[in-house]
Write a protein that binds this ligand. Structure first.
Ligand code: COA
Length: 203
């Protein structure tokens, strides 16, 4: 398989793939200055070798990851979890999604494509995560929470049961979400308060 993205997030994905003993064939990055990551040389174009194998896009920023995915001419690897993650057998995981070390995902949760469930996050039973969502390290979604496409839940944030976070929202580090959050909002604090709602054009 290939990894597209040779930054810090790429390093964490390499660790995940090593934990599953999966072979990494090519690492790709748009930045010509980056020539290697660990022992892997980095290529900067869609070589036949890149297009022949399935790829995981290793870019932490949700909007950038979506842009890269939308323009990538190749195919994507299935969702994959770190060997130390605990993922219930009923969980559905979309392609390109990564579940990092020590994360826990409980029964009947549905996770879209190209999501990041970061180190040590907890996603409880019956949650639904849209494509390109990112649950940061240590964040906790209680049962039945919905997270819309492209939304980013900050480190250590908490969402109480059944709440709905819209599309392309940003939930600040340590926020406690006790009400539904409309699309494109930024929310911080305990209890969470909206500090910004972007126009759809700025999505
Ligand atoms: C929420 C966040 C995105 C806001 O960033 P921003 O839009 O640049 O906002 P600012 O830093 O200008 O802060 C705006 C206000 O919100 C407050 N604020 C920002 N983040 C906050 C947080 N996490 N908790 C409480 N208040 C916060 C600021 O103090 C400021 O308050 P003021 O207007 O009274 O001075 C950012 O602070 C944050 O928490 N990011 C999460 C990062 C993260 O978890 N990354 C994970 C990587 S794996």
């Amino acid at each position: 398989m290939n990894i597209y993205g040779a930054s810090g997030h790429g390093k964490v994905i390499i660790d995940l793939l090593h934990s599953r003993m999966l072979e990494i064939h090519q690492v790709l990055d748009d930045n010509p200055v980056i020539t290697g990551i660990y022992d892997y040389p980095v290529v900067h174009e869609y070589t036949p070798e890149v297009l022949r194998r399935k790829t995981i896009v290793a870019i932490g920023d949700n909007k950038t990851r979506k842009k890269v995915v939308d323009n990538f001419p190749g195919t994507f690897y299935r969702g994959v979890s770190h060997a130390t993650a605990v993922v219930d057998r009923t969980v559905e995981i979309g392609e390109g999604t990564v579940i990092m070390a020590n994360a826990a995902v409980n029964a009947d949760t549905i996770i879209g494509s190209h999501c990041i469930l970061n180190t040590g996050c907890i996603v409880e039973h019956d949650c639904v995560l849209g494509n390109f969502a990112h649950i940061s390290p240590g964040a906790v979604l209680a049962g039945g929470v919905k997270v819309g496409e492209g939304s980013h839940i900050g480190i250590g944030a908490l969402v109480i049961p059944g709440k709905k976070i819209g599309k392309w929202c940003t939930i600040g580090a340590g926020a406690v979400i006790i009400e539904d959050v409309p699309d494109h909002s930024t929310v911080v604090g305990n209890p969470g308060k909206i500090i910004k709602i972007l126009d759809k054009e700025n999505e």
